[in-house]
Design a protein around this ligand. Structure first.
Ligand SMILES: *Cc1c(COP(=O)(O)O)cnc(C)c1O
Length: 384
């Protein structure tokens, strides 16, 4: 037997309280009982997103609501700016291409931050641009893009700003209304601490106006259908009832912790993970000016087989971390700490990483990573 630790940035561990809530006998979704749960969850989601905008919930993975933004906001041939510095930015590019949008692609190396000035220039160069797509927290690389600065730029323009905050929500600050973010989305298997299968998206007034003239075909993902149903405290189609009951429970836990405290906890976990890997002599992948709190990506050191490292962590130590994606396969590994994570998840993972690295013949001082993580946590505990 091997005790297992899920240290990936999605799916993330689900708290026992949430699992138990989801195990309750099925209830019908056209009932006051379900409506109460749904309405409560939507209110809590709005607080989490720091928004008064409409909040729509779909039975889909995160990509479903990414696609919903494309089909509800635009018409074929519309010009949009799509920023990409990682796998999920690339997904927006693919979605824009798939639906026949004319995309101005701002592409960056995967260890770079999206430069808001480039967006400003692209918008200034073409007044016909109707949308800007950006990922706040690039899960593939740990890079955090400055959506506040981007919001300031897009605010004065006709373009609608679409933000993928799928691993941002809950882990880093995101002030949807204050920062002028028209569309913000997340998925259940990330910071919401739920199993996969549910995704939500907030829609601003400016976005609703854009949606009025959008002609791309849609049915299941029609925001208008979802909004009309939500106005009657229900959903347009059969919702994932158990997931929404679980969502209610997860949001209650988040409400009890407090939004700011939750973000602080994620900051602390990320700080400890970074301090630990650097103490081991490893190099962080994301640049200092753009590091999120959801995941810590680390460069695989010279002479070490990155795939073997991830595999060994899992088979020998029971710790599932994530490898690199696309061209970063074998080149980086990623330690997730988004959602239901606490100090000893980091300590355990770093200890497992140290043991794995020793086995693979990497030279460092055993215990130095764990010690560095402990020091970060001790500083918070003792206050100095
Ligand atoms: C997980 C994730 C998505 C959505 O992926 P799904 O597999 O469709 O849930 C989109 N963007 C980011 C940044 C993600 O981390």
């Amino acid at each position: 037997m091997r005790k297992r630790y899920l240290m990936t940035p999605g799916p993330t561990p689900v708290p026992p309280e949430v699992l138990l809530a989801q195990a309750r006998p099925m209830i019908h979704h056209r009932t006051p009982e379900f409506s109460d749960i749904l309405v409560g969850a939507v209110e809590d989601l709005k607080s989490l997103f720091q928004t008064k905008n409409d909040m729509l919930i779909y039975s889909a993975s995160g990509t479903g609501v990414m696609e919903s933004a494309v089909v509800n906001l635009f018409s074929a041939g519309d010009k949009v700016v799509v920023c990409s510095n990682g796998k999920f930015g690339d997904r927006f590019v693919q979605l824009a291409d798939a639906f026949g949008l004319e995309a101005v692609k701002l592409t960056y190396e995967w260890d770079e931050v999206v430069n808001p000035i480039d967006i400003e220039r692209a918008l200034a160069a073409d007044a016909g641009i109707k949308g800007v797509f950006v990922v706040q927290s690039e899960t593939s690389t740990g890079v955090l893009n400055d959506v506040k600065a981007i919001g300031d730029i897009v605010r004065g323009h006709q373009a609608v700003l679409v933000v993928d905050s799928i691993t941002g929500i809950g882990a880093v600050d995101i002030k949807t209304d204050e920062w002028g973010l028209d569309i913000v989305m997340t998925g259940s298997q990330k910071g919401l601490m739920l199993p996969p299968g549910l995704a939500c998206v907030s829609v601003s007034e400016k976005a609703w106006r854009a949606a009025e003239t959008a002609t791309l075909p849609k049915y299941y993902f029609s925001w208008e259908k979802a909004r009309k149903a939500m106005a009657k405290s229900t959903t347009a189609f059969t919702p994932p009832v158990s997931l929404i009951i679980g969502l209610g429970e997860a949001l209650k836990m988040m409400r009890e912790e407090g939004l700011e405290n939750g973000i602080k906890r994620h900051e602390s976990l990320a700080a400890a993970a970074r301090a630990a890997v650097e103490a081991l002599g490893l190099t962080l992948f994301a640049p200092p000016e753009g590091r999120g709190n959801a995941v810590t990506p680390v460069r695989v050191p010279e002479g070490i087989d990155g795939k073997a490292l991830v595999k060994k962590m899992k088979t020998e130590y029971g710790i599932t971390i994530a490898g690199g994606q696309d061209h970063l396969v074998g080149k980086i590994f990623r330690i997730g700490h988004l959602g239901y994570f606490d100090r000893f998840d980091i300590i355990t993972t770093i200890a497992g990483l140290e043991m794995t690295l020793q086995e693979l013949g990497f030279s460092f001082t055993p215990g130095s990573g764990v010690n560095a993580a402990e020091q970060v946590f001790m500083k918070e505990v003792t206050g100095n």
